[in-house]
Ligand binder design. Structure first.
Ligand SMILES: C[S@@+](CC[C@H](N)C(=O)[O-])C[C@H]1O[C@@H](n2cnc3c(N)ncnc32)[C@H](O)[C@@H]1O
Length: 284
């Protein structure tokens, strides 16, 4: 039986660090939304008019506007992978990555996690940072399963195993719209901590159910709307099949499996008047 208070308390310091950086550096999201609106109307937004932190995000939106008309958005496409890597290496995604790693490590220090599972691993930017910290914090005995629906997950797994030979990293293909059929799921040691960043909107609410079935603790890093209002940013991402997810609906799915659903970034939401929550934690 996991002590829910221990898990919630474990993420307090990581979220304080997140609050500090967000309110100091990137508190005003309006210029990004303004840029999205202009792109949506068919106008470009030159990089010089944008702060450096927003440039990779706007580059990605430009790419979506250019390529999504073809009807095929494939995360394995080299151009898409390159631009997403720039986004993942940018200051904003780095803050999100640092925060999710901080949360996972803090929980692992307090709860004897049996298996770690990441869904929608993508290029493995979050994963590599996590692997570094697992070694630094002497948590290398916990097996890590990474997964994605894209077959490129095999290369990411291979690269992580080379970089971190002391860790047990396994890669599987898993489209989280369906329950996982990999035999590896039978080997999971409990409690299982599942985490993901920016994958759920590509999969929809049903994916919450697939993931929740195997998780004892779940960390979701996705923008879930609190207001229910769609912005230009959301409309651009809808062009590549991203679902506009609303927190209340996501919470109803989570509550079918978890007795505790916690919005971790409440203080930041208030401070920056954000219409979305980004960090959700659920515990069985
Ligand atoms: C925006 S990328 C995020 C990658 C990584 N989590 C990160 O934050 O750097 C979205 C990832 O989700 C994966 N994805 C999308 N739909 C999925 C699904 N139904 N099941 C599993 N993975 C999915 C994509 O292949 C892609 O790698």
């Amino acid at each position: 039986m996991i002590d829910k208070n221990t898990v919630v308390e474990a993420v307090t310091l990581p979220m304080q660090r997140y609050f500090h950086t967000m309110t100091r550096d990137i508190a005003d999201w309006q210029p990004l939304e303004d840029a999205a609106e202009r792109l949506l109307q068919g106008n470009d937004v030159p990089d010089e008019q944008l702060c450096a932190d927003f440039r990779p995000l706007v580059k990605m939106m430009r790419l979506i506007m250019r390529l999504s008309g073809d009807g095929a958005w494939d995360w394995s496409n080299p151009e898409i992978r390159k631009v997403f890597q720039e986004v993942a290496d940018g200051a904003i995604y780095t803050l999100f990555a640092d925060t999710v790693v901080d949360m996972v490590i803090s929980i692992m220090k307090e709860v004897p996690i049996g298996t770690l599972v990441e869904v929608g691993t993508g290029p493995g930017t979050v994963t590599a940072a996590l692997c570094n910290d697992m070694i630094r914090c002497n948590l290398q005995d916990v097996p890590l399963i990474i997964s994605d629906r894209a077959p490129t997950i095999a290369h990411v797994g291979q690269s992580l195993r080379q970089q971190f030979p002391g860790l047990a990293v396994t890669d599987i293909i898993w489209d989280i719209q369906n329950p996982c059929s990999s035999p590896i799921m039978k080997t999971l040691r409990r409690p299982v901590l599942v985490f993901e960043r920016f994958c759920m909107p590509y999969a929809d609410y049903a994916a919450i159910d697939s993931v929740a079935r195997i998780a004892d603790i779940l960390i979701l890093i996705d923008d879930l709307s609190i207001t229910g209002k769609k912005y230009s940013f959301d409309m651009i991402y809808e062009k590549i099949g991203t679902k506009f997810l609303v927190f209340d609906t996501a919470r109803k799915h989570l509550e079918q499996y978890f007795s505790c659903v916690h919005t971790c970034d409440g203080d930041t939401i208030k401070a920056v008047h954000s219409p979305v929550t980004t960090f959700t934690l659920a515990v069985k």
